[in-house]
Design a protein around this ligand. Sequence first.
Ligand code: 1CP
Length: 340
Amino acid sequence: MIFIDACFRQETPYTPIWLMRQAGRYLSEYQEVRKQAKSFLDLCADVKRATEVTLQPIEILDVDAAILFSDILLLPHAMGLPLEFIPGFGPKFTQTITSLEDIRALKRGAYKDLGFVYEIVSSVRSALGKSKALIGFSGAPWTLATYMLEGQGSKTYSQSKKILYSQPEAAHALLEALSQEIIHYLDAQAQAGANALMLFDSWAGALELEAYLDFGWDYVQKITKTLKAKHPKTPLIVFPKGVGAYLGHLKGDFEVFGCDWGVPLKFAKEMLGDRYVLQGNLEPARLYSQEAMVEGVKRIFEVMGKRAGFIFNLGHGMLPDLPRAHATQLVRLVREISQR
Ligand code: 1CP
């Protein structure tokens, strides 16, 4: 698998590419399947349909890796928080965590209730071509905690920060409980056949350096250390978004560091390039214009070159209204430019 070889910095015939949020609303094929399911949560639990949408970007875009079709919020949901995906708005927990009692009441061993996720992993793996990799994933503890404390996406993260600064023991209790679930959840995905595992820390950039190291990165390090010891041959990818200024502090037992579009790749290469394979980081909005897209791709290869140590991706997820034709062109272009 070219993608897995690249994660371990081996030479590959070209630079592998996949796109964050490559399955989703910008594909009419996804919308068709989505319509057949009662809700987004039902789609995530439907082994046959979730397998189908996981495979769509492989067939349509010919990317080098599939990412499990699921959502980071399924784990907090399994821990006991009621979750709704409201069309046109997004996800919302109708009950949130407000006290240490709420944290104590969370279900432990909740990863065991997500058996359908592991079934989807093994179903996708058996349908996927041998040269294509399957990525399993979880949200990182801090990002999951923000949704559990705020109930939904936030601009200020005030509920999360309130507990973090005024009741740090409670915050750590929640982050520790989440870390234990995440370790088992990702372990089970690897056992079911996931070839690589990724941790999304989408809201890392909401915290000042000291707070992120203590309440965010420390847990990412513990999770990757435990998983690496168990699965040395399964590459681990971390994606802490919005922390470009903290790169010098972010070390751990993983192979791939995902750069968001706000991190200049030249800087990431200087800071982390010897230690980690870099993945990223085309600004997704460049796909609105073919010209801007081509220019962005060329600029990235000017910095990263064609050598091993780099995986092409967007710097955050595909947007629902990006033209799919540009996504297919992007995959072709990256393959063409990066031929060794
Ligand atoms: O059909 C729909 O309208 C639902 C839209 C949708 C989709 C397609 C949501 C709701 N989640 C997903 C799938 C999803 N989510 C994947 C699948 C695989 C793929 O990438 O193709 C993955 C990896 C995620 C991960 C995820 N969910 C993250 C981390 C990555 C990131 O984008 O930063 C986050 C923060 C979420 C929460 C979430 N789920 C859905 C939405 C709209 C959101 C964001 C909410 C917010 O703005 O806070």
